[in-house]
Write a protein that binds this ligand. Structure first.
Ligand SMILES: [Zn+2]
Ligand SMILES: [Zn+2]
Length: 233
């Protein structure tokens, strides 16, 4: 984690809060350790707190869905529940209090009306494009796993991510980061081409792909300021 933070120039000691979206290991591992080491307050909803084996109140500041968390004077976070497996997962909408908002949306089988409402108007959207449907279908994964991934509690495909982006697209959408790409069932060029196919003509911002192994980006469209994107996620 410290290595990943160093890649985007963030000092661990400067972190005030760690928000865990759900208990799955790729989102919660080391969160408790990091919060103690860096003296950063840990936030999650009650289900996630319990599933991480932590104590509410003493170890985790728990929140409800749609409860606005005031992290600092100019940063609040809105957790929005999304369907994902047996987890009580949330997307996060960050706001600076002056009308600028950014979203981080991963690990959901499909969007909800509530989520679409909150994504509309965001200037920056980081969203999962987990799998390419053809690659998943032809993969050696067992049928039960394929069904889980494509189901309501699974992950967003490239097409689903592109559909969501096309629906919430507005002239002030400055950047999109496609993230949580499956290494086996997706590839950056597949995710990119699907999204461009849907929004290319109307999107004036920067589209980037976040690699699985850390916050390293392929910047595939619009060669404007990559640093600007890195600083917003
Ligand atoms: Zn998950
Ligand atoms: Zn995940």
């Amino acid at each position: 984690m410290e290595h990943r933070l160093a890649l985007v120039g963030v000092e661990p000691s400067s972190i005030d809060a760690i928000v865990v979206t759900h208990h799955h290991g790729d989102h919660s591992k080391s969160a408790s350790k990091a919060s103690k080491k860096w003296n950063a307050r840990l936030y999650s909803n009650l289900e996630t707190c319990i599933r991480m084996g932590l104590e509410p109140i003493s170890e985790v500041r728990t929140f409800e869905g749609l409860e606005r968390l005031h992290i600092s004077e100019n940063l609040s976070l809105l957790p929005v529940s999304v369907p994902h497996d047996d987890a009580d997962n949330v997307a996060i909408i960050a706001s600076n209090g002056e009308g600028k908002r950014a979203a981080i949306v991963t690990d959901l089988g499909e969007p909800t009306i509530e989520l679409m409402k909150h994504l509309s108007g965001c200037e920056h959207i980081s969203i999962e494009a987990n799998y390419d449907l053809n690659r998943l279908i032809s993969s050696p994964y067992p049928p039960s796993l394929k069904k889980r991934i494509t189901g309501r509690g699974g992950h967003l495909s490239n097409v689903q991510a592109a559909d969501i982006l096309a629906e919430v697209l507005h002239p002030n959408l400055k950047s999109i980061v496609l993230c949580h790409l499956s290494e086996k069932n997706n590839a950056p060029h597949l995710a990119e081409s699907e999204v461009l196919h849907q929004i290319g003509d109307n999107f004036q911002g920067v589209l980037s792909i976040s690699r699985q192994e850390g916050p390293d980006f392929s910047n595939l469209l619009g060669q404007s300021d990559l640093e600007q994107i890195k600083s917003t996620i």
